[in-house]
Ligand binder design. Structure first.
Ligand code: 5GP
Ligand code: MN
Length: 349
């Protein structure tokens, strides 16, 4: 038995939508990661197994190729490629699941259609401060992943038996990727009870690890080498590290979506580094990824300097300006968010 985390009333309300709904849309955040895709596709397979014929996962933009093995990934509608079709589906939906994001801003161009749709909206998410735009808001930041919440949601509706291997594979992928393969945010014993149940559904967890983590191109690995050798800057006085990559550098290594995934974590393996930032120049903005170990609140840093947010130990943001301006903002932030002031910062939460 696992603990009942999600409020009963929310489960019952969402269950009614599941029972009565006909046209389902599942949306998730921009630049979907393993948890965004895992929770969405997990719920997708579950709804199909339950007997629903019209279920579509819609993403705001492209996702990395190393998630394309996931069952159902070929059926995902990418808004950037099919905006009219996606908007039509959202308009016609009677139920819209909003997974792994807490406010419309996080689905970018999809937001106006989702907000305007008369479909009943259900949020399942684990980010802080959920915005009030859904009829049912299941928001539990103590959960390691949205995928874990989808597992709990299915169980609590009394439909565990309908969970098939496809659902289980997707849920496991999200749980694994949002915890760095169970190396952070993963001390709750029930996570492993759930994994046990997923294995009983037939998943091969070792194979899933390989499919996500060991399928990179040669140029991606060389770019990682370049980053570590030439681009990693350590700030010992702040226990911090920075990596930057310009568009030109990315092109040199034939960058494709997903190639820089995980780079932000690399400096955290240096003893003493507890805060790491990766700044990547994109065509129309500069993308920032922030990670910490321990108490340093990356999300506060992201919201103060990079118009972003996320979790305490993993967050992100965007910067509109040059790469060097973004670096300057980071360095200014380091002075103001001196790690010696961590206790003070955490009081503001
Ligand atoms: P990543 O560095 O992998 O892009 O993002 C890590 C986490 O930070 C995500 O799971 C998400 O919670 C959050 N995040 C990333 N980018 C943004 C952003 O632009 N705005 C906000 N609010 N959160 C973000
Ligand atoms: Mn997540």
């Amino acid at each position: 038995m696992i603990t009942k985390i999600i409020q009963e009333e929310k489960i019952q309300k969402a269950k009614k939508y599941v029972e009565k709904g006909e046209n389902f849309v599942i949306v998730t955040h921009v630049s979907p990661d393993g948890d965004a895709l895992g929770s969405s596709l997990g719920l997708y397979h579950f709804l199909m197994a339950y007997g629903k014929d019209c279920v579509t996962v819609i993403v705001p933009n492209e996702f990395p190729s190393f998630y394309k093995w996931m069952p159902g990934s070929k059926d995902i509608v990418n808004y950037e490629k099919y905006p009219d079709f996606a908007e039509q589906l959202i308009r016609d939906a009677d139920v819209i699941f909003c997974l792994d994001f807490n406010e419309p801003k996080r689905i970018e161009k999809l937001a106006p259609a989702v907000v305007a749709s008369s479909g009943r909206k259900v949020m399942i998410d684990h980010h802080l401060n959920p915005a009030d735009f859904c009829r049912v808001t299941m928001s539990y930041p103590e959960m390691s992943s949205t995928s874990e919440m989808v597992f709990r949601f299915i169980c609590r509706m009394g439909m565990f038996d309908l969970m098939d291997k496809n659902t289980a594979e997707c849920i496991y992928t999200g749980m694994m990727t949002d915890t760095g393969s169970f190396t952070y945010n993963s001390n709750k014993p029930e996570i492993y009870t759930i994994i046990g149940e997923l294995i009983k559904k037939g998943i091969d967890k070792d194979k899933i690890y390989r499919q996500v983590n060991q399928v990179y191109s040669e140029s991606r690995l060389r770019m990682m080498g370049y980053v570590l050798y030439e681009k990693m800057k350590i700030y010992p006085e702040y226990n911090a590290a920075l990596i930057t990559l310009s568009e030109k550098e990315l092109n040199r290594f034939h960058y494709v979506t997903g190639d820089t995934e995980g780079f932000v974590n690399l400096p955290l393996s240096v003893e003493g580094v507890s805060f790491s930032v990766f700044i990547r120049e994109d065509s129309d903005y500069v993308k920032i990824s922030l990670r910490s170990v321990g108490d340093f609140p990356c999300n506060q840093f992201a919201s103060a300097y990079f118009n972003g947010g996320g979790h305490k130990n993993a967050s992100g943001g965007e910067f509109y300006g040059t790469l060097s301006d973004a670096v300057a903002a980071f360095e200014k932030g380091l002075e103001e968010f001196n790690p010696n002031k961590i206790e003070e910062l955490n009081k503001n939460e």
